[in-house]
Structures are given as structure tokens and as C-alpha cells.
Design a protein around this ligand. Structure first.
Ligand SMILES: [Cu+2]
Length: 149
């Protein structure tokens, strides 16, 4: 008696998914939060932020630029030593975290020294999604517990 009803529900569910394009496999939907730059103490600066992906497809952070730096690179930290990487993955329904002691942005060839209270404009570019521009607030140099660079 119950089996036909259950089968009908499953079919209806499948149709609903198909008609809305499959909500679980849509494009990456990126948003940026928790961004900050510790006020630089040398001619380089670090930047931290979290990229959240609410979409059903993974993406990659591929390059970064800023009006205050001649070059911005993406670094990861392995065994306490940082190294440049080509790109960082942003998983579907997940996030990419850049935080002190881990992944971070590296601002080199600074054109001016950002001061606490100012904001730095940064453009993030991705493998799939459109570029995102964020205004990163500059925090005290001691804001991050680890200032290796
Ligand atoms: Cu670095």
C-alpha cells in the first residue's frame, strides 16, 4: 500500500531539482569577511581574510592586486615557513581561511605604508567567479599574535 506513494514522492523531488537547475551544483557564490591588515612594520605587509563559498561548485583564488603594493602574492605556511602558492582552493559549501600563522596575502613593494585606521583596497581574482574588491581595514601591528614578516 505505501510503496507507490513513496515512489511518487521521490519522482516529484527529482523533477523539482531538475527544474530549478540543481541547487546543489550551481556556480560558486563567494563572499569575503574577517579581513584585516596588521599595520606594516617593514616594506612588506600581510593580509588576512576568509572567503566563504555558498555555491555548489568549488573555485580557486588565483591572483590578488592592491593599489598600495607593486605586487601581492598568496602564501601558505608549512612547518612555520611561508611559501608562495599559485592558487588556493575554495571548496563548495565551504570556506578558504587566511589567518595569522597560516595562509595569507603578502603585499610587497609597498607604495605607501598603510596606517592603523586606514583601509586598503584589494582586488581578489578567481578561476571561475568574477573579481571581488574588498576594503581591508588596517589594524595595529600587534593585532596579530604572530608577526614573522
Ligand atoms: Cu608571507
Amino acid at each position: 500500500m505505501r510503496r507507490p506513494a513513496a515512489a511518487a514522492v521521490v519522482v516529484a523531488g527529482a523533477l523539482a531539482l531538475a527544474s530549478c537547475g540543481g541547487s546543489d551544483s550551481g556556480p560558486a557564490e563567494l563572499s569575503v569577511g574577517s579581513a584585516y591588515m596588521p599595520q606594516p612594520v617593514s616594506d612588506m605587509a600581510a593580509g588576512f581574510l576568509t572567503i566563504t563559498n555558498d555555491g555548489g561548485s568549488a573555485d580557486r583564488l588565483t591572483s590578488v592586486s592592491s593599489d598600495v603594493a607593486g605586487q601581492v602574492t598568496v602564501h601558505e605556511t608549512v612547518d612555520g615557513a611561508m611559501q608562495e602558492v599559485e592558487a588556493l582552493d575554495i571548496p563548495a559549501h565551504g570556506s578558504l581561511v587566511l589567518e595569522s600563522g597560516g595562509n595569507h596575502l603578502m603585499f610587497e613593494q609597498l607604495k605607501r605604508k598603510p596606517k592603523q585606521g586606514q583601509k586598503v583596497s584589494v582586488e581578489l581574482r578567481f578561476a571561475e567567479s568574477d573579481p571581488v574588491t574588498v576594503e581591508i581595514p588596517v589594524k595595529p601591528a600587534t593585532y596579530t599574535p604572530k608577526t614573522g614578516h
